[in-house]
Design a protein around this ligand. Sequence first.
Ligand SMILES: [Zn+2]
Length: 225
Amino acid sequence: MNTAVYTNPAADARAIALTPGEVVLDEFVEARGPWSAVVSAGEVLTIVDLEGNQAVDCLLYAAGDTSVRYSAAVTIASQQSIVLTTGSVLRAETGAALMTVVADEVGVHDTIGGACSQESNTLRYGQHTREQHACVENFLIEGSRWGLGKRDLVSNINWFMNVPVDPDGALGIVDGLSAPGKRVALRAEVDTLVLVSNCPQINNPCNGFNPTPVRMIVTRPEAAL
Ligand SMILES: [Zn+2]
């Protein structure tokens, strides 16, 4: 794979998007930073892991009513699998479909590992990590732009994060399966607010101990016009 085509900001978004169509958004999310956008029904969001092994923490809300939000439990129960990949329907507590994974170059994405926070960092890695920026802070900063607060943060998706479950039930956060330029694509089933934290974690391998930027490309497939 020619990774330069993905990491070059001038690389053609239309060519990189996993679902072709008119490009309606093309943005880079800086390392450790937050991001959000409303993806309209029928549009497809391609997330590009530019440099590889970058966890992209993600929450979804119905744009018209943010009390309708992603539910990891309902999503897992309805598909009878704990991993997200092509074909996974990302559902709200009501069972309503918010988005569907329509293409995936990694094969396994997590939705049980949760988001890092200053509190969990302190518990897991020690008091010296208390001042490190974390995903929950990103979610709160970016969510405030949409009227969302702490009560709106629920169990999230971790795109590109590898969280194997051992036979005894223990979770691991281990080196990722992703690689430079790997992509995952999500089709909005309703107008969906996508809230992202480009994970700042440096105390475990979820970002290869080196947080890096990702690219967000939204296309409107010809069929949806
Ligand atoms: Zn994080």
